[in-house]
Design a protein around this ligand. Sequence first.
Ligand SMILES: Nc1nc2c(ncn2[C@@H]2O[C@H](COP(=O)(O)OP(=O)(O)OP(=O)(O)O)[C@@H](O)[C@H]2O)c(=O)[nH]1
Ligand SMILES: [Mg+2]
Ligand SMILES: [Zn+2]
Length: 353
Amino acid sequence: MTFEELGYNKAVNALINFNEPDYELGRVIIEHRDRYSVQTPNNTFQAEITGGLRYTAESKSDLPAVGDWVKLSVFDDKSAVIHEIFPRFSILERQAVGKFGEKQIIATNVDVAFIMQAVGHDFNLNRLERYLTVCTASSIKPIIVLSKIDLIGREEINQLTKSIKARIKDILVYPISNQTLSGYEKLKKTIISGNTYCILGSSGVGKSSLTNNLLQKQKMDVNSVSESTSKGKHTTSHRELIVLPEGGVLVDTPGMRELGITGGSEGIEHTFGKISILAKNCSFNDCKHMEEPGCAVLEALESGELDQASYENYHKLKREQAHFSSTIAERRAKDKKQGKLYKRIQEEKRKRR
Ligand SMILES: Nc1nc2c(ncn2[C@@H]2O[C@H](COP(=O)(O)OP(=O)(O)OP(=O)(O)O)[C@@H](O)[C@H]2O)c(=O)[nH]1
Ligand SMILES: [Mg+2]
Ligand SMILES: [Zn+2]
C-alpha cells in the first residue's frame, strides 16, 4: 500500500512535513475504547497514546480520531505509540448526543461526504439540509446518494431527484441500488485515489451495503433482519476507515439519529444559498427575516418563490446554531473564571507558606 492509497493527498501534504527517521507516519483507521488501530503503508498497529498527549488534551477533540494522520514510534510489528496528531484539513463533527455544548468528531481529513437517504419513509428534505449544513461548515464536499431505488419506479426516482434540486442548489444527486447495483458506475467515477469519503445517514439506509459492494468483500455487517422488525436497531456500531481496492478511502459510520449543528453560521448560509442571496436585498443589513419591513426573504416567501418548509428549517437550524455557540461561550467563561479562582487560591497558599 502507498501513502496515496491511504488517503495522503495535496490537502494533507499542505499540513504535514514529515521527515523523522525514528518515527513512522500512519493513519488512524479504528478508534477502540482505549487504543487505536493505525495503518501505515506496510502494517496495521495497535497503538496507545503517550501520557503527555493524554494529559494535555483539553477535550476529546484533542485525542486521535478516525482519519487522523499521526506520528508513531513502533515497538514490534503489532504495537506502537502515538506521539502526535497532525493538523486536520477537515473535521466532520456534530453535537455530542445528550451533552449540549460538546462536540463529537465523526471523522477527520475527509474530502467528500456521501449523504445517504433511502427512498420511502427515510426521505426527508429538512434532514438533507441539516447534513449539508454540517458538511459545508466543515469544508467537506457533500454528495447526495439516494439508495434503494430498486423499490420504486423510474418516474418516482425522477420526482425525488427533482424535489431535492428544487430546494438545494448546485448539488450532485446519485440514485443507486445496493441490490441491483444500478447507478454504481456513475457513483464510482466520483471516487478517486488519494481522497477520503465518509458515508453519513440514518440507520438502515444501506451504508454498509455500499461499503461492502465497493470493497468487493462482506467486511461490514449488514442488517439481515426484515426492516419492519429491526426498527431503531443499529447494525454498524463503530466507525472504520477502509482502503478500497480500486482507489479511494471510505469511512463507514453507524446510523445517526441526531446530527446536532455545531460551529459557525457559514454552513447554514451556504446550504440556504437562496436565502443568503435574497437577503442582500433586505432593507436592513442585520435583517433576521422574521417580521422586518422591506424583507426580501419574506417577500419571496409570500410570492411562493421561496419554499415555506425550507424557510422554517433555516430558522430552526439558525436557532440551534446560536444556542450551541452561546453554550460554548458560557462554558469557556465558566472555565476561565474557575481557572482564575484556582490561580488565586494557589497564590494565597504560596504567600502563607
Ligand atoms: N431493497 C434494497 N435494500 C437495501 C439496499 N441497500 C441496503 N438494503 C437493505 O437494508 C438493510 C440495511 O442495510 P445496511 O447496509 O446494514 O444499512 P446501514 O446504513 O449500514 O445501517 P446501520 O449500520 O444500522 O447504520 C439491509 O437489510 C440491506 O440488505 C438497496 O439498495 N435496496
Ligand atoms: Mg452499517
Ligand atoms: Zn430579511
